[in-house]
Ligand binder design. Structure first.
Ligand code: SF4
Length: 91
């Protein structure tokens, strides 16, 4: 028997990006202006934390989520991994 975990995505309805062209959040590589524009929308968003955690948990590789680009999310995942390992070694 397999168990499927379905993430709660109800927060998406409250995103500041609702009604904004989704392409804005998937800029072409190196398009700093589009990245900045997407992040500016995220900066006003009331569900930014939920969005970022969703992207981290689901290893979203593309796009701007919770005001972060993939490179930034990789860094967050790496820092969290190191913190987890450090905590495990202390216990
Ligand atoms: S943080 Fe950005 S991408 Fe996420 S829901 Fe809010 S506006 Fe949309």
């Amino acid at each position: 028997m397999s168990v499927e975990v379905v993430a709660d995505t109800g927060w998406m309805d409250d995103g500041a990006c609702v009604g904004v062209d989704p392409d804005l959040f998937f800029p072409r590589r190196g398009d700093k202006d589009s990245v900045a524009a997407a992040k500016a929308v995220c900066a006003t968003c009331q569900v930014r934390v939920e969005c970022l955690e969703y992207a981290l948990e689901n290893s979203e590789r593309f796009g701007i989520w919770g005001g972060t680009a993939e490179k930034e999310r990789r860094r967050i995942r790496s820092l969290r991994r190191r913190a987890r390992h450090a905590a495990e070694e202390e216990s």
